[in-house]
Design a protein around this ligand. Structure first.
Ligand SMILES: [Zn+2]
Length: 211
């Protein structure tokens, strides 16, 4: 009945799924390019993983998720990200958290997409999801800034740990939708480590580059 009212669609190309397909249609499952194991070091991040490349239908899908209220995409992304992590030498963290958007942006959007993603991933992995970071100033969207140094400057000091006791000594998996230069991931990881966290791993749905 529910699938009659809300036909299930491929999270990437939006074609209707058959009863045997979940999250992705057969075509997307066969053709979407998996992001390779990350080699590039991101300061303060022990290890990071992206599922796909941020282009084509992946880019459109994430834009629907962020800007056009397609909140339910989080469930599909969470399931697929969990599978990707479990295929690797994944060591379960003590908790999952996310890169928060500013309260101003959250108010305008009505939701924080990375929180939805963290919740979905935590549910799949059976790991507690904890709100650890607060964005303490509004920043320009990183997507509008090409220069890596400017991107770092844009997010410098933009986050704070809500409750240092909650993160002290913890191995944390930090979640965001897209990774570009890693400036935001690095700033959040630095903030969590300064707050007492033991180690930060980072995961995103997609990465803009291939390193
Ligand atoms: Zn598809």
């Amino acid at each position: 009945m529910l699938s009659f009212l809300f036909p299930r669609k491929c999270v990437l190309c939006r074609s209707l799924l058959t009863s045997k397909e979940t999250e992705l249609c057969h075509n997307c499952r066969c053709t979407v390019k998996s992001h390779p194991k990350a080699k590039r070091m991101i300061p303060f991040v022990a290890q990071w993983t992206a599922m796909w490349y941020y282009k084509g239908n992946v880019r459109k899908s994430i834009q629907r998720f962020k800007f056009y209220n397609c909140r339910s995409n989080a469930v599909a992304y969470g399931r697929l990200l969990a599978l990707k992590l479990l295929e690797q030498d994944f060591q379960a963290p003590d908790m999952i958290t996310w890169v928060p958007i500013s309260s101003r942006r959250r108010f305008a959007r009505g939701y924080d997409q990375s929180q939805l993603l963290a919740d979905a991933l935590g549910k799949e992995l059976g790991i507690a999801v904890v709100s650890t970071l607060k964005k303490i100033r509004h920043t320009k969207p990183q997507s509008g800034i090409a220069d890596a140094a400017q991107r770092r400057a844009n997010v410098l000091g933009a986050y704070k740990v809500k409750n240092p006791q909650a993160v002290a000594g913890k191995r944390i998996l930090l979640v965001d939708d897209v990774i570009t230069t890693g400036a935001t991931a690095s700033e959040c990881a630095k903030t969590l480590l300064a707050g007492g966290a033991a180690q930060i791993h980072f995961v995103a749905i997609a990465a803009t580059s291939n390193d």
